[in-house]
Design a protein around this ligand. Sequence first.
Ligand code: SF4
Ligand code: SF4
Ligand code: SF4
Ligand code: FES
Length: 504
Amino acid sequence: MVNLTIDGKKISVKEGTTILDASAANGICIPTLCFQKGLNEIGACRLCCVEVKGTERLVPACNNYVQEGMEIFTNSPKARIARRTNVQLILSQHDCRCAVCTRSGNCTLQKIANDLGLSGTSFPADIPKNEWTPDFPLVRDNSKCVKCMRCVQVCDKIQGLHIWDVANTGSHTRVDVSGNIRIEQSDCSLCGQCITHCPVNALHERDDTAKVFKALSDPDKITVVQVAPSVRAAWGEALGLRPEFASVKRLVAALRRMGFSYIFDTDFSADLTIMEEASEFLQKLKNRDHEKFPMFTSCCPAWVRFLKSQYPDMVCQLSTAKSPQAMFGAVAKSYYADLLGVDPRRIFSVSVMPCVAKKHECDIPNINGAGAGKDVDAVLTTREIDRMIRAEDIIAEALPEEEFDKPLGVGSGAGVIFGATGGVMEAALRTAYYLATGTNPDPDTFHDVRGTEGWKEETYEIAGIPLHVAVVSGLGNTRKMMEALRAGEVHYDFVEVMACPGRP
Ligand code: SF4
Ligand code: SF4
Ligand code: SF4
Ligand code: FES
C-alpha cells in the first residue's frame, strides 16, 4: 500500500494506482476529457492536472501513479486556473453552438465547461473548417473535435483498422482520415465504435430523422417500423428512464404515439435469418468435401464490409442469408404488402438499429429484393429515435405498455438473443439441432458459446456430426482469427462474427 494525502485527507491505496483512481476511490472527482481506461492514457487534454507538493509543473492525474508521501491538491488555485485556461483554449477552437448540437446534455466538454462556470473564452476564436462527404453514414465534424485521440485509439487498438490519423502539428493539429484520402475511399467498416467513444459531437451518425418525419406526415405512406433486439435494452438511457420503465412495450407505445402505422419486431426476421443460416449450414455439412469451411454468419453489416475489404477471397464463405434488418425490409414490401392488399411502393419501411453500418447496408443496391425501391427506406439509430421521441414531446415514462402489431411482431427466444455476443451462434446451433434431429435440444446445450470474450471456441455434436465453432467480437480479434484460419492454425465449421466488442 502507498500512503499519501489528497486535498488534506490521508489515504492508503494499492501501489500502481493512478492519482485519478485514488481520488475517485475517496470521493474526489477530477474532470477528464481525453482519458479512457486501458484505451487512451496519453494525457492529451490536460484537464485532469493536479498540483503535487514539491513539483513545479502540474501533473495529469489520469496517467500518473501515486507515490509514498505524495501530497496532492486536486483543486488548488494553480490547478483550477490551469484547468479553466485549458478548457477555454479548447473552446476557442470549438464551434460552441450547444443549442443546435445533438450531443447537448450528453457531452463531456459541455459538462466540464458548465461545471467550471465558464461563460466564454478569452482567447481569439480559431475554429477549424469542416469538409465531409455528404450522405456518408458516419459524419465527422472537425469544428467540434477536441483532439482527444479516442477515435484514433479505438479504431487502431480495438478494431485494428487505423482509419484515423493525426495531421499537422501544434495548434493546427487535427484528426482526419489517414493516408490523405476521403472516408468513402477508406476501409472504414462503419462499426461505429469511434462514434461511441467520442466525448463530444465531432463524430456522429448521419441524421435521417427528417426523412422519417416526412414519411410520417405523408397520408399516402404506410409507415412500417422494425425494432432491433439490442435497441430495446438501450433506448431508455438517453431519455433518463429508469430500467424498469424502459421496456420494449413502452417503446412500442412511443412509436405508436409518433404515428407509425405498424410496429414490428426484428426478432421476427432474426428467426427467418436463423432458419436460413441453420438450413444452409446443414446443407453444407452434407456436402462437406466440396464446400469451404468455416461458414461465416452474415448478420453484422460492419463485419461483412470488413470481410469484403480485408479478406475478399473469403467472401464466398459468408452465409447467403440476409441480415434480419434486410430480411424484414423485403418481407414488409412483399408478403406484408400483399397481406394489406396495398401497392408495396406505398410502404415506407423504417428500422431502428444499434449502429451506422445498418444505414450503409440498406443503401447497397443489390440488397433490395422486393422490387419496390429500397427494402428499408430509412435506418434510425437508438440516439435518433430518442431524439424523435423528445421532439414529439412524448413522456415515455407516462405511457402504458403496448404490444407489437401482428403478424410480424412475434419472435422466438432465438431472435432475442441475436443482440448478445454468441447469441446468433447459439440460435443457429439450436435450430440446426432441431432440423437435423426433429427434437429440440435441452435449453442450455449450446449456451457456452455466449460470453463477452473476444474469441471463444466450442466443440459440439449434432446428429453424430462433430462440430467445431467459434464466436469472435471486435474487428481486431476478428483479424487475429482470420489470420489463424489462413495459416491453418485453427479449423472451424461455423463462425459468428460481430464487429462490436463483446455484448453481454
Ligand atoms: S459538442 Fe458539446 S460543447 Fe460542443 S456544441 Fe455540442 S454539446 Fe456543445
Ligand atoms: S466506424 Fe469503426 S472502422 Fe470506421 S473509423 Fe470508426 S472505429 Fe474505425
Ligand atoms: S473526433 Fe471525437 S474522439 Fe476523435 S479526436 Fe475528435 S473529439 Fe476525440
Ligand atoms: S483526462 Fe487526463 S490528460 Fe486528458
